[in-house]
Ligand binder design. Structure first.
Ligand code: HEM
Length: 452
């Protein structure tokens, strides 16, 4: 097992992947195949991908990540096409930069802290209700779509906690589906950032249709919520009363965009990671049996309670390991504002850097047998012995995820409750594919047999 003292600063020269190899890699295995191949060859060295007009740097070594995300974070901004494309969906508040982002992050943290209290009280009940509903609806032994069901469960937790249950459940489901389509249809715009918006690209029409659906659902809801004047501890209440960087009240459109951002940042990511958790557990029956034993011991055959989330120690380690192997944010882009030197390599002003937690989590210098699923990597002792930037599924630095603890609390209760009610099987193999987020290729089925 490598120890922290092994990690000398990394100062190798620039590794470059020429265009013909990039194209060959893309043809052979798509964007994820190309990344995996490049990661294996570069082993943490700063690498430049030659995509013709677009030549991003791939950053995976934990020392370089610390440089970019922590020590010189002010120089590495979200000016890239991905964030611009995302801004069309979520506005330039929380997904942006500078004073507007800062004001927005403050509101979000306040809203999430308020929501978190509601979550602490309500999550366990929401999870119990959602799993009981699944038991009623699904015939014994039936196979359901994992992502659809995990999204349903996550939304039943998020709606009361963050929206004060103002979004009727049916609309919440429609909204989540439209947001997922809009988000995914941005892939081409992100992959080919130099193409102007005026030039049509695949995904554009789906994006326009989906954003129209989102606005048709959300704007009337936001207007009604503002008029109703009722405020609670939830994020939506904080946004309705919130002010932007200029001290002006947030308009209805910005509140609606922030809500979309919450769907993108909070619900999709949680539902996808839960889906990967079932895939990993099905492939590792020994670990699944231990997780079931923990669920039985902690829940005692009854419904989940708020204090159980903390007691599900192994389940949380399993989730941490799922986040390592299936890092939902597989690529996180930044732009260098000024020229800089990273690990001995000069990075020019305006260059795009693609940080890849997915590849960092597979570096053999930091992870022994990196492809092996091993939740024990997350015992306190082993976490302490590791480079702090070797694990970053939730990012790091000023933009680090604000929903990490919410995710673990909610997801641990979902896994334990499902395990205590069902034998869960995943009948077919599931492989990841790199869309904007890391998604399963095709449908992941979950066969649910009630435990009785
Ligand atoms: C498995 C679940 C999740 C994963 C893997 C994840 C991952 C991430 C990552 C990698 C970032 C950093 C992006 C960057 O550096 O530019 C991020 C930021 C963010 N996440 Fe999460 N996230 C998850 C769940 C959540 C949840 C549940 C919420 C809300 C309740 C949330 C809200 C946010 C927000 C608001 C930001 C932007 C923070 C900022 O820019 O200041 N996330 N997340």
């Amino acid at each position: 097992m490598p120890t922290r003292t092994d990690h000398r600063p990394h100062t190798v020269s620039l590794h470059t992947v020429p265009l013909r190899h990039v194209l060959g890699g893309l043809r052979a295995g798509g964007p994820l195949g190309l990344m995996e191949r490049t990661g294996r060859q570069s082993q943490g060295a700063l690498t430049r991908l030659d995509l013709g007009a677009f030549r991003p740097f791939l950053v995976t070594h934990p020392d370089h990540l610390r440089h970019v995300l922590r020590d010189h974070a002010e120089n590495y901004r979200r000016g890239t096409a991905m964030w611009k494309a995302m801004g069309r969906l979520t506005g330039l508040g929380i997904a942006g930069e500078g004073p507007r982002w800062r004001a927005s992050r403050e509101l979000w943290c306040k809203g999430l802290a308020g929501g978190a209290h509601a979550v602490a009280d309500g999550t366990a009940d929401s999870v119990a209700g959602a799993v009981a509903e699944l038991e009623r609806r699904v015939a014994a032994g039936a196979t359901v779509d994992a992502l659809t069901e995990m999204t349903r469960i996550v939304l039943r937790v998020v709606n009361p906690a963050f929206f004060g249950s103002r979004i009727p459940q049916g609309q919440c489901d429609r909204l989540a589906a439209a947001v997922a389509v809009a988000f995914d249809s941005l892939l081409w715009r992100m992959a080919l950032p130099f193409v102007p918006l005026a030039v049509p690209m695949p995904g554009d029409r789906a994006f326009t249709r989906a954003t129209r659906t989102v606005n048709d659902i959300l704007l009337p809801l936001v207007r009604r919520a503002r008029a109703a004047r009722h405020r609670g501890p939830d994020l939506m209440s904080v946004l309705l009363d919130g002010v932007d960087a200029d001290g002006r009240a947030l308009g209805d459109a910005q509140v609606a965009q922030d809500i979309v951002a919450l769907f993108v940042a909070g619900s999709e990511s949680s539902a996808l990671t839960l889906t990967w958790a079932w895939v990993a557990l099905a492939a590792h029956p020994g670990v699944a049996a231990e997780v079931r034993r923990e669920a039985d011991a902690v829940l005692g055959g009854g419904p989940p309670r708020r204090e159980h989330a903390r007691q599900l120690v192994l389940t949380r380690r399993v989730l941490a390991e799922v986040c390592r192997l299936y890092a939902m944010a597989w690529a996180v882009p930044r732009t260098a504002a000024a020229a800089d030197v990273v690990g001995g390599v000069t990075v020019p002003a305006g260059a795009t850097l693609v940080l890849s937690p997915y590849l960092t989590h597979r570096l053999p210098a930091f992870w022994e047998r990196p492809l092996r699923f091993d939740p024990d990597r997350f015992t306190e002792e082993r976490v302490r012995g590791r480079h702090p930037l070797a694990y970053l599924p939730f990012g790091d630095g000023p933009h680090q995820c604000v929903g990490q603890s919410f995710f673990f609390r909610q997801a641990a209760l979902v896994v334990a409750t499902m395990m205590s009610r069902f034998h869960v099987a995943v009948p077919t193999r599931a492989e990841p594919r790199a869309a904007v987020a890391l998604r399963p290729r095709g449908r992941v089925g979950l066969t649910l047999i009630p435990r009785g």
